[in-house]
Design a protein around this ligand. Structure first.
Ligand SMILES: NC(=O)c1ccc[n+]([C@@H]2O[C@H](COP(=O)([O-])OP(=O)(O)OC[C@H]3O[C@@H](n4cnc5c(N)ncnc54)[C@H](OP(=O)(O)O)[C@@H]3O)[C@@H](O)[C@H]2O)c1
Length: 410
């Protein structure tokens, strides 16, 4: 067996994880030849001879055919990945921000140089979303992908619900446990999830959607009042990333939105820092992928799977193409909106207002209308927006009845 020589960029949570995994599995025939990091003064849990701060020690080393890029700087990661691909080296990356922003040029460059560009770890860590979309769901029959793709926000919402604690306390606990960054903006404002669903949308539908077409609302405005409302109605609140097409295969939605999840829904089982993805198909109804979306070894496991795929020259085929999409059709949705009256738009201009509550603490409307119009009216931290579980409610009712059926059969 021929040894695979790897050049590793980054020795942080994931980089050190993959280093240890490969150390413990010499039978894989994979050797880390060089590790490039940023701060040479840090103590490293590996021989110092391996480390350098000079990217060229990897990029110009003819013995290294595979670059594993695991750094936390998206701009530097893009330079590294592009340079490596142009040098005829295959690249594995976990950097969803970088991949979401630059996918077409990276794929084009990898194709031109006949090398692999793989990134399973970038979408839901250890959960094999990309390879499943590429291989098993490589037909035109997928109708939607919907799920929880960000562990930090799921941890925060789970703890707000279960322990009845405010957002700020739950965020602090997520940071203490290492589930959220000290600057958690990318996670809590929904952009990390948006990057992941943007990448998944390419593999599901062949659509590379302009970032400005993604409807994004994070969880920063969710309060204990909203959690209490959800509890009274039998819901939990989850940050849900979705992309879907209509019967003609035209993209109708790509979004990241707080959503009420009813009883018996599979995503209700996805708690704490876990991820869960439902892939809907015309023939399959829905299938559920569940697992750890982050963390040292779960993420290293996805990188390891890509390394193994590289050894048999695996490349994503992008069978549905990579069409640039600058416009997405709209869907009708029903949403709960909590607001301060002095700073709120006139919701009756946006859709049909079914209910309007006013308490000493909050004003709430339930509105049905264009999802694009509702999300754009609810920008900012002073308005809480939570979507009701439509339009796939029919499927969820089926699940509920299936549950009853299962009880009946047993
Ligand atoms: N952590 C997870 O659970 C997880 C899950 C999925 C995907 N990811 C993705 O995986 C990547 C790595 O995440 P991480 O959590 O391992 O990050 P991390 O713990 O913050 O480590 C980042 C590493 O990158 C190095 N670095 C930063 N800029 C560099 C540069 N210009 N050149 C060379 N090295 C540089 C740092 O060097 P120093 O050590 O010298 O500071 C550090 O070793 C990110 O793209 C992240 O989004 C992470």
């Amino acid at each position: 067996m021929q040894t695979v020589n790897i050049g590793l960029f980054g020795f942080g949570v994931v980089g050190e994880g993959i280093y240890h995994v490969l150390q413990q599995k010499p039978q894989l025939g994979v050797r880390i030849q060089r590790i490039v990091i940023k701060h040479p003064e840090k103590n490293r849990n590996a021989p110092s001879v391996l480390f350098s701060t000079d990217a060229n020690t990897i990029l110009q080393d003819a013995d290294i055919a595979l670059v594993v890029e695991l750094i936390d700087d998206a701009d530097a990661a893009f330079d590294i990945a592009l340079h490596a691909l142009r040098s005829g080296k295959s690249v594995i990356s976990a950097n969803k921000k970088m991949i979401a922003a630059h996918l077409p040029i990276l794929v084009e460059t990898a194709r031109a140089h006949e090398v692999s560009f793989l990134y399973e770890a970038a979408v839901c860590g250890s959960v094999p979303v990309i390879r499943n979309l590429e291989e098993y769901f490589d037909n035109d029959l997928i109708t939607h992908i919907t799920g929880i793709v960000n562990g930090s926000t799921n941890f925060i919402l789970t703890h707000m619900h279960k322990k009845s604690i405010p957002y700020s306390t739950a965020l602090q606990q997520a940071q203490e446990k290492g589930y959220a960054e000290s600057n958690p903006a990318l996670d809590v404002e929904g952009w990390d999830a948006a990057n992941k669903i943007r990448i998944a949308c390419v593999h599901a539908f062949g659509a590379y959607v302009d970032a400005k077409c993604i409807l994004v609302k994070g969880i920063t405005a969710i309060s204990d009042f909203d959690i209490q409302y959800a509890k009274e109605k039998g819901y939990v609140i989850k940050l849900i990333a979705t992309c879907s097409v209509d019967a003609d295969g035209v993209l109708t939605e790509i979004s990241v939105l707080p959503t009420f999840i009813p009883r018996y829904h599979p995503l209700r089982l996805t708690n704490d820092a876990f991820n869960g993805i439902l892939i809907g198909g015309q023939l399959t109804d829905e299938q559920f992928l569940y697992g750890k979306g982050a963390g040292r070894y779960p993420t290293a496991s996805a990188v390891l799977s890509d390394i193994s795929a590289y050894t048999y020259q695996y490349r994503y085929a992008y069978k549905k193409g990579i069409q640039k999409v600058h416009e997405v059709r709209d869907v009708k949705a029903t949403c709960y909106i909590r607001f301060q009256p002095q700073s709120a738009p006139d919701f009756s201009q946006i859709g049909e207002v079914h209910e309007y509550y006013r308490t000493a603490k909050a004003h709430v409307v339930i509105v049905t209308g264009s999802l694009q119009a509702i999300v754009s009216a609810c920008a900012g931290n002073h308005i809480s927006l939570i979507r009701f579980p439509e339009p796939v409610a029919a499927q969820w009712k089926t699940l509920e009845s299936l549950q009853e059926e299962a009880v009946y059969v047993s």
